[in-house]
Write a protein that binds this ligand. Structure first.
Ligand code: TYM
Length: 376
């Protein structure tokens, strides 16, 4: 397996990844403390899709003692957003609602321009605006959320950024990110920008993201205290698998692996029917006799990760698939319906998001205060 912020390949062994990255498992004890504070916990956490953390126990403690925390997550606008990108934002929204925390969302147009060989800066900027509408459509609180594009907010952050950059050597960056002699120097500087938002407040920063983003936090945690800030905390998700099965991740640069937020109901139907890897048997007769395997079935994985909220319904479907009563075609039809009704609602919200764009970027309460601040 190979997991970096830019590449996820192979069959991922998440326990090995935790060992390699030096993160800790989200234990039942931590989850019950979270449940006590929030009243309930969302399916993605309850069902283990978010599985690992750094200093989440400190976040709980600082919530219990009234200090609180702030939230930070982000998106690199390299291509259209797909359902794999939603999990970190959905969980971030849950944390914002449950704890009333401020949230900063970094849109890394610089990173994606530097990383993508064949994209112009203008194309990336267009994509960034489109992605921001998808993010706003998820329903964040406009007065407690600041969304910023790196190329636009740079004036307010550059002084802090060069101070961060000065503390990170090229050999650390090479070891953590795998940079080589072919990497352009923009990419080598970029990590200092992804670290900047962890210093937007003196409270601890909690970052919900998939585990591919963890290398940045490793560096942040080495240097934060020397700046008078807290080490960032993170909760890490697994990857929503590509349609073809549990190798690598759903990726915007590989259209046949992904269900895009803009896919029409027909396209979703075709993609699931044609590509979604099935744990079912080759014939109905064999399926009824031997049963299916939900553990390797991609449609079932999408339901478990977020399209089926009801635990009881999910359990019944799992049993019925295992014992052969529920057929692959039926499971796929149910999944297609669930995804399409989610996407239909998302598209309605996205239309309304256009009116909120300026609020999240410039005029909301938090946005206004951020434009008046310079970090140094
Ligand atoms: P990006 O745009 O690659 O990904 C955005 C978010 O989606 C997560 N993600 C996935 N989660 C589950 N399943 C998948 N298949 C999947 N693919 C991507 C990513 O982990 C991420 O949380 N450099 C970042 C942008 C960024 C950022 C941040 C992300 C800047 N600051 C702070 C998280 C937290 C990027 O290009 O993300």
């Amino acid at each position: 397996m190979n997991v970096t912020p830019w590449t996820v390949e192979g069959t991922i062994d998440y326990s090995k990844l935790m060992d390699k990255f030096g993160t800790k498992p989200l234990t039942p004890e931590l989850l019950s403390r979270l449940e006590k504070l929030a009243g309930s916990i969302p399916p993605m956490i309850r069902r283990g899709f978010f599985f690992s953390h750094r200093d989440f126990d400190a976040v709980l403690k600082e919530t219990e003692n009234g200090e609180g925390f702030f939230l930070y997550t982000g998106r690199g606008p390299s291509g259209s957003m797909h359902i794999g990108h939603l999990s970190s934002f959905i969980i971030t929204k849950w944390f914002q609602e449950a704890f009333g925390a401020n949230l900063y969302i970094e849109i890394t147009d610089d990173e994606k321009f530097l990383h993508k060989k064949n994209k112009s800066l203008e194309e990336i900027e267009e994509q960034a605006k489109s992605d921001i509408l998808d993010i706003i459509a998820l329903g964040f609180n406009p007065d407690k959320t600041f969304i910023f594009r790196d190329t636009e907010y740079i004036k307010n952050t550059y002084k802090l950024m060069i101070k961060i950059a000065k503390k990170v050597t090229f050999s650390t960056a090479k070891a953590v990110f795998g940079f080589t002699g072919e990497t352009n120097i923009g990419m080598i500087f970029y990590p200092s920008y992804q670290i900047v938002p962890t210093f937007f407040e003196k409270k601890r920063c909690l970052i919900p993201a998939a585990i591919d983003q963890d290398p940045y936090w490793r560096i942040q945690r080495d240097i934060a205290e020397s700046f008078g800030y807290k080490k960032a905390a993170a909760i890490h998700s697994k990857f929503i698998p590509p349609l073809q099965g549990f190798e690598g991740k759903m990726s915007s640069s590989l259209p046949e692996t992904s269900i895009y937020l803009a896919d029409s109901p027909d396209v979703v139907k075709k993609k699931i029917n044609k590509y979604a890897f099935s744990g079912g048997q080759p014939t109905v007769e064999e399926h009824k006799r031997l049963g299916g395997n939900p553990d390797v079935d991609v449609s079932f994985a999408y339901l478990r990760i977020f399209f089926e909220e009801d635990d009881k319904k999910l359990r019944e479907m799992e049993e019925s698939y295992r014992n052969g009563d529920l057929l692959t075609g039926e499971l796929k039809a149910y999944t297609i319906d669930k995804i399409n009704s989610f996407l239909e609602k998302h598209r309605e919200n996205r239309k309304k998001a256009e009116k909120l764009y300026d609020k999240f970027l410039y005029d909301g309460e938090l946005a206004r205060s951020m434009w008046n601040k310079t970090y140094s």
